[in-house]
Design a protein around this ligand. Structure first.
Ligand code: ADP
Length: 193
């Protein structure tokens, strides 16, 4: 069997991370680990953590690093993540999360962190069009602001560690998919991993 693939996909809200992750799952068989989906699942099933998270998510704020790191740590220990590998979507979003992720992975480091780059005006329009519960005008503005404040520094953090690959995401879906695959192939074939 081939070796596990370990990826993070980055990008502003509305950049198409979820859509492109579905393609990565199909192409590489990796587990799609979306912290947003996991949190929405917890909200839907009414767990204590879900109730806590709902308030934070509705306000467009970030769930605490402690909660998120715990969820991801457990998920990464599951069989699919350790055997076929994974693509993390929506995590890490703070430097604190990036540090914990690095610690969790230990001697099985990431192959790449791919940034799906889409202009601000475009992602704003896309989010308004999709109309998810937290896609209110204020919610969108708040999340994009937090992205710049908290998450942009994480990109730089990964760039300093030589892991960042930027893919232009402002194209048709299939064009973005092939660019993404090219980037992933280059990363997994690189001698370092
Ligand atoms: P978006 O990218 O549009 O914010 P997500 O589905 O990735 O959508 O996340 C939805 C919400 O879940 C976020 O606004 C935030 O409240 C919470 N969330 C998801 N991932 C994280 C994370 N890594 N750290 C903190 N909060 C998170």
């Amino acid at each position: 069997m081939s070796n596990p693939i370990r990826l993070v996909i980055f990008g502003r809200q509305g950049a198409g991370k979820g859509t492109q992750c579905a393609h990565l799952v199909e192409r590489y068989g990796v587990a799609h680990i979306s912290t947003g989906d996991m949190l929405r699942g917890a909200v839907a099933s009414g767990t204590e953590m879900g109730l806590l998270a709902k308030k934070v998510m509705d306000a467009g704020d970030l769930v605490s690093d402690e909660i998120i790191n715990g969820i991801v740590r457990e998920r990464l220990a599951q069989d699919d993540a350790t055997t076929v590998g994974f693509v993390l979507d929506g995590y890490p979003r703070t430097i604190g999360q990036a540090e914990v992720l690095t610690e969790i992975l230990g001697d099985r480091p990431l192959h790449a962190v791919v940034d799906l780059d889409v202009p601000l005006e475009e992602v704003t329009a896309r989010m308004k069009a999709r109309g998810r519960a937290d896609d209110t005008e204020d919610g969108i503005a708040r999340r994009l602001e937090l992205y710049e404040q908290e998450t942009r520094p994480v990109l730089n953090w990964f760039a300093e560690r030589g892991l960042l690959v930027t893919v232009d995401g402002f194209e048709d879906e299939d064009v973005v998919t092939s660019r993404l695959e090219e980037a992933v192939n280059a990363a997994i074939e690189a001698p370092c991993c």
